[in-house]
Design a binder for this molecule. Sequence first.
Ligand code: ATP
Ligand code: MG
Length: 557
Amino acid sequence: MEDNKEEIISKNFIEQEIDKDLSEGVYNHVQTRFPPEPNGYLHIGHAKSILLNYGLAKKYGGKFNLRFDDTNPTKEKTEFVESIIEDVKWLGAEFDDRLYFASNYFQEMYDCAVLLIKKGKAFVCDLTADEIREYRGDFKTPGKESPYRNRSVEENLTMFEEMKDGKYKDGEKVLRARIDMSSPNINMRDPVIYRVARMTHHNTGDTWCIYPMYDFAHPIEDAIEHITHSICTLEFEDHRPLYDWVVKECEFENPPRQIEFAKLYLTNVVTGKRYIKKLVEDNIVDGWEDPRLVSIAALRRRGYTPESLRMFVDLVGVSKANSSVDYAMLEYCIREDLKLKRPRMMAILDPIKLVIDNYPEDTTEYLDVANNLENPELGERKVPFGKELYIEREDFMEEPIKKYFRLFPGNEVRLMNAYFVTCTGCEKDENGNVTVVHCTYDPETKSGSGFEGRKVKGTIHWVAATTAQKVECRLYENIVDEEKGKLNEDGSLNLNPNSLTVLKNCYVEPSFEGVRAYDSYQFVRNGFFCVDCKDSTPEHLVFNRIVSLKSSFKIGK
Ligand code: ATP
Ligand code: MG
């Protein structure tokens, strides 16, 4: 009983509506869809919509369709269709063979329009777009009826057919629903449902020169596919009466119902296809999959996993109120996902040489290192160690500041997985920059040898110089800095000049043979990194930093 109660409480408002519909017999199954317009790449907001729709279908034993809402040929491209299919599959939202194109329903939509005309519920209107806008009125002023509103059914049928047959110029005539010009809801004031537009469509070519408007097409698409719950974002709330009108007047049996939820917005990143598109077109970023973007392709390239995005979407939940989610929450999810799954390697991003003066020349020792301290299942590997190592430049200070426990002359530290070393000094170039750090080691202190002598406060990581592989690492910051304002006064994006740092002289242990694009690792102290899918080659490995290791984000805060 207790369990049952908890389950009810944890249901979101959409699930509660679905439960109600099923118990009242409004529907006897659940069918959802994700209806992208193929006019750009998908982003994190779409991931939410995909996983929400797919998750509902799965939860209720129903089906989930992927349907391209390709009724507006101006901005649509096959490239986008392909990328969207790839992204939906990658997220794990299975649509099986249910891949549909709204453009395949153009004939049915046309037939629905003819039905409306026959019922006196639609008319051909000759007003220009400007006049239609003027006649429509606004929140305070009721609309004015079009002088063409009372054309006869016969005249409307003929003219609509002529529209289809190409007798009129683009914009010369439209078909409008005949609803109510005095409705308090402006969407109900005789909305345009078909327009003349000579455009070549990516699927139907030049077959049609009239195209349906979104508010008319979408409910018909849903109804044809027997969608039960048409889930969309809040801006369509005011369009719901029109949605209901269309499915009712077009006489669909068991019509779908629309339910709205709030869009997902993230801080410090650019969501919204329009802005992403602009960054891509202005060559500010490296295409739609630049790792600084939050398109799904970009997140994948950066090293995010489908599991991490699913966790994120679950954590965010669904709501009826618009709000922004902290980007740090996304970072929390990828850390959580990778921390037990991926090996922890040593990599030096900003190298400086450390020479162990009392270590034998030409000797390589192979040390046993656990791949993941928190997950023994990942096993161990051998890591070479020698006289010359690379360490992080910041791990040495000739004159240490307070509470600095790493290398400085006279101080002893632990080399991770290896020995204790004591710093003896450094070499510098003519400009006073440190070039080499010297130290001596204590052979008795080998890690794993059971040595329990002195305590040291600092542990630093390293990579043996002779066997090291030189690699490139790319570090990212947010592309816009929200604290300074996302937009400049002129409306352009306020870009962070430090959003990308390329480090070309990084060193990793020689354990990266055979790595493939998208493989990810924890680099000790430096964060999680992923092999870049575009620029990395076996000879020149390129890693993207997915996320650093620490965060201020705490779940439940
Ligand atoms: P954008 O505003 O980025 O251009 P869109 O809404 O125009 O996106 P569509 O391809 O029309 O993109 O949307 C496909 C589906 O994704 C729609 O059901 C839409 O409501 C949903 N969607 C779009 N953006 C978000 C978001 N930020 N959060 C949740 N769902 C979204
Ligand atoms: Mg859109």
